[in-house]
Design a protein around this ligand. Structure first.
Ligand SMILES: Cc1ncc(COP(=O)(O)O)c(C=O)c1O
Length: 375
């Protein structure tokens, strides 16, 4: 039985390789490798694809969040309400710009519980920043986010690392907050062949600031107006994303959505709960998370492994429980009961555009044939 991989980069290369080589050749021949016309071209294409005025390429998704927080005016010591269930990078960005992360629980799908978030914002006017994550490719309720922004004067930075192409009632994630951040890490829906990210926004002044911050805080060559980063998207990566990846993104997202629909209709195991998005949300199906009782998770993973089916865990340890957090200022508001349960029981099934129909059916059959959880 050939393996069904969580991500299949060799198949992706077979599909995009010749376009990638053409992109690299073009940059090589141009003789210009950093902040040139490929980055600009990609930024314009990405902004238009996303439906925002400005997209600014940076070196990673982590940097994109950091720079967005700083551009939004975060000062050392400022509190930032965020989710305990995400890639560690979400919180790391807050810490690296001197912010204090504040955590509250998630909903049953693993996304920040916006009712609890509202309680926290209402009860503590010191918290002026909210950093929600559209986890798994599912959109949070964007209407609710907009209300929190106006009702409490909260500055929202959306973490869209997993949500390119996701929307809430037709509105794209990343269009509510003051700024948003995304990632081109290879596993992402819009993945590069290495690290990269972008900051998105509609405000031209903020865009100028982000452009300065990613380039040593320079306003012109050798003119440093503020303390910035070296966080520039490479010309080579920008060209690869423009030529080989972005033009395929819509079709790839549709394929992911087909796979998700097949799993949703096909998986009927009584002990497996699918973490499906709320109905007005069109997920970009970055991940396909399911949940089982904590005591059965290893068994399900082992069973699927025996069937040559890869799985992942997103995420097995809550951010405030990570060792690194013992040295970092942070606060937990209320119990993180739901998030803990998901951290202990979530399993991600393979979902990517190169999965064949046969493989999708193999995953469904294997999941349904799992014996343990139903006993
Ligand atoms: C939700 C989330 N935020 C932030 C990041 C950080 O992105 P990067 O790996 O490009 O730094 C990631 C990806 O790992 C992510 O999944």
């Amino acid at each position: 039985m050939h393996p069904v991989l969580l991500n299949d980069f060799k198949r992706q290369w077979a599909e995009i390789g010749s376009d990638v080589l053409r992109a690299v050749e073009k940059v090589g021949a141009s003789g210009w490798y950093v902040l040139g016309q490929e980055v600009r071209r990609f930024e314009i294409a990405l902004a238009s694809h996303w439906g925002v005025r400005e997209a600014i390429g940076v070196a990673s998704g982590l940097d994109a969040i950091e720079i967005a927080l700083r551009a939004a005016g975060l000062q050392p010591g400022d509190a930032v309400l965020t989710t305990p269930l995400s890639a560690f990078a979400t919180t790391l960005a807050v810490l690296r710009v001197g912010g204090t992360p504040i955590f509250c629980d998630t909903d049953e799908n693993g996304l920040l519980n916006l009712d609890l978030a509202e309680d926290v914002l209402r009860s503590d006017s010191r918290i002026r920043f909210l950093l929600p994550v559209h986890l798994f490719g599912q959109s949070l309720n964007l209407d609710r986010l907009g209300e929190l922004q106006t009702r409490y004067g909260t500055t929202i930075i959306e973490d869209c690392a997993q949500s390119v192409g996701a929307s809430w009632q037709g509105r794209a994630t990343g269009t509510v907050g003051l700024l948003s951040a995304t990632s081109f890490y290879p596993t992402k829906n819009l993945g590069a062949m290495g690290d990269g990210g972008a900051v998105l926004m509609n405000d031209a002044n903020l865009a100028e600031k982000v452009r300065r911050l990613r380039d040593y805080g320079q306003s012109a060559k050798y003119l440093h107006d503020e303390i910035g980063w070296n966080s520039r998207l490479d010309e080579v990566h920008a060209a690869i994303l423009s030529e080989a990846v972005l033009p395929r993104l819509t079709a790839w997202t549709s394929r992911r959505q087909q796979v998700a629909t097949a799993y949703t209709n096909g998986i009927t195991h009584p002990a497996i709960r699918l973490l499906r998005p709320a109905s007005p949300s069109a997920s970009c199906e970055h991940l396909f998370p399911v949940a089982v009782a904590a005591e059965h998770r290893a068994d399900l993973e082992g069973w699927l492994k025996s069937q040559s089916i890869g799985t992942g865990r997103h995420y097995p340890i809550l951010i405030p429980d990570q060792k690194a957090m013992t040295a970092a200022n942070h606060e937990v508001r209320g119990e993180l009961t739901v998030a803990h349960r998901l951290a202990q029981g979530e399993v991600s099934l393979p979902i990517h555009p190169q999965l064949t129909q046969d493989e999708v059916e193999r995953v469904i059959a294997a999941v349904n044939a799992w014996s343990k959880g139903s006993q």
